[in-house]
Write a protein that binds this ligand. Structure first.
Ligand SMILES: Cc1ncc(COP(=O)(O)O)c(C=O)c1O
Length: 493
């Protein structure tokens, strides 16, 4: 059938080196500008303004590529959050490793879906190799298995689904019934845990939160809770510990928790979405001591390995435990071969069409090596230690905790001498801290986050960019202190 040339010509033109170079120039220009710390970190525009800017019907006719690139340059780039800017210290999303950025285009060009090995012959094998190597870093044997995920949320969901299959093999067919087992987790866990408890049909009432002490799971309380549940005859499906908690980057004591679970024969899932990358660091690896006792692990290379979104991973101590999680039949896709091991990752994954994210992970490891990845982890933690030292020395701020990784929470307190303010004053400072963070981010000077710890509003910084230096930290505290004074003066709080 002869094709209308106007249909295929733009496709051929855009596949050219010349077209690709134009995209590459846009990206390299953005990276160079932000790496140098030029320009604002965030947008000046409110959501409604952006909605108005991009309103309008879908274009029935395409435009020349140059016009589209111009729109990207003029309308999109000024309105992004610039994670590669050294003053970005916000959520746990990385300033990504450049070789992995470029690999994203290759992943899309190949578009090999990694559900079945025959569709992604090489990348499926890379995924297996990386999974095995990461499991070995966790201290597990060659029996371990795993799969890449869209992130930590899917990884924890998958691990708890595998735990459910172990505890209740009948649940896939029959549902969980009226008396499902419980999941015990630390109160500072990421919402991925309660989301999984809800999604797995266990019911949030069957999730039990263990209080924290110094932002880590209180292991005495864990023991007491497990003893009580045992006494009541209640089944425990899993205990979930966190390695690198979302609010403060703290690590639960995996050795103690691991022993408590091993003594009782319980499935221990470790949410290491944030902190498992410490396994690459000679300095910080000890924070994961005891991980070898865990049954499953969530690990996000798109966090502290500085991969671009998405690159998550779930590991399970024995591959069989993951294989039984999704008891799926799909004769159009999966062709099991008796006792032979199945290479298709789709049988172990919530996803069907799956991006070949393993390729960018492999490229990042090939290009930079594990030593540099560990050193980058160390650098981010050292910068966070430096921020902590600056906070301690600054009269306008109160430190909330010492950092265990690259996350630090602290509180703006304004004038010195407010060591233990009255409750109304604390409540006012909550409002000041909240408003101060909003205004600071709107200023474009920097970009941070906020959370509530112990009932008090605090400022929260996550150092995800190895280009952030002590001078940037000084700029941050100077900017936050000045914004705090302005907020207080204007009585907005
Ligand atoms: C400890 C922890 N677990 C899980 C997640 C969720 O990971 P993702 O956003 O990749 O789904 C996060 C994200 O911030 C996290 O900090």
């Amino acid at each position: 059938m002869p094709a209308d040339p106007s249909l295929l010509t733009p496709l051929d033109d855009d596949a050219s080196l010349e077209a690709g170079t134009q995209f590459a120039e846009l990206i390299a220009g953005y990276l160079a500008q932000t790496h140098a710390g030029e320009g604002r970190v965030g947008t000046t525009h409110a959501p409604a303004e952006l909605a108005a800017q991009f309103a309008g019907p879908l274009p029935a006719e395409g435009k020349p590529l140059a016009a589209v690139l111009e729109r990207l340059r003029r309308e999109i780039l000024p309105n992004v959050t610039r994670l590669t800017h050294p003053m970005y210290m916000g959520h746990q999303v990385s300033a990504p490793l450049p070789a992995a950025i470029w690999t994203e285009a290759l992943i899309s060009a190949l578009n090999n879906s990694t559900a079945v090995q025959e569709m992604a012959p090489a990348v499926t094998i890379l995924e297996h190799q990386v999974v095995r190597a990461f499991a070995a870093l966790a201290g597990w044997s060659a029996e371990a298995g795993g799969t890449l995920t869209s992130g930590g949320t899917e990884a924890t969901f998958t691990a708890l689904l595998a735990a459910r299959a172990e505890a209740m093999p009948e649940a896939w067919e029959a549902g969980v019934g009226a008396d499902p087992p419980v999941v015990v987790y630390g109160e500072q866990s990421h919402y991925a845990v309660t989301r999984a408890i809800g999604a797995l049909g266990l019911g949030l009432r069957n999730g039990i939160a263990v209080p924290t002490r110094d932002f880590r799971m209180d292991t005495d309380q864990l023991r007491a809770i497990l003893d009580r549940l045992h006494g009541e005859g209640r089944r425990v499906m899993a205990v979930v510990a966190t390695a690198g908690s979302t609010p403060t980057g703290s690590f639960d004591d995996l050795a103690v928790i691991g022993r408590l679970c091993a003594e009782r024969g319980l499935w221990l899932h470790v949410d290491g979405a944030h902190g498992a990358s410490a396994l690459f660091s000679a300095v910080h690896r000890h924070r994961l001591a005891g991980l070898e006792l865990a049954t499953s692990l969530a690990w996000d290379p798109h966090k502290m390995m500085l991969l671009p979104l998405s690159a998550g991973m779930v590991l399970v101590k024995t591959e069989r435990q993951l294989d039984q999680a999704f008891a799926q039949r799909a004769p159009y896709l999966f062709h099991g071969r008796g006792a032979e091991r199945v290479w298709d990752q789709g049988v172990r994954s919530f996803q069907c069409s799956r991006r070949a994210d393993a390729l960018k992970l492999w490229v990042a490891l090939e290009r930079y090596g594990t030593r540099a990845i560990g050193a980058l982890y160390d650098r981010l933690c050292a910068t966070t230690q430096a921020l902590h030292a600056q906070v301690l020395a600054h009269p306008s701020f109160a430190a909330v905790h010492a950092p265990a990784s690259n996350i630090l929470c602290f509180r703006y307190v304004g004038r010195p001498g407010r060591a233990s303010p009255a409750p109304e004053e604390e409540a006012r400072l909550d409002r000041v801290n909240f408003e101060l963070r909003q205004r600071y981010n709107r200023s474009g000077e920097g970009w941070i986050t906020t959370t509530v710890l112990g009932g008090r509003r605090v400022l929260r910084c996550t150092l995800m960019n190895p280009r952030t230096t002590a001078a940037h930290l000084e700029r941050l505290l100077t900017g936050l202190a000045a914004t705090g004074v302005a907020v207080e003066r204007q009585g907005a709080a």
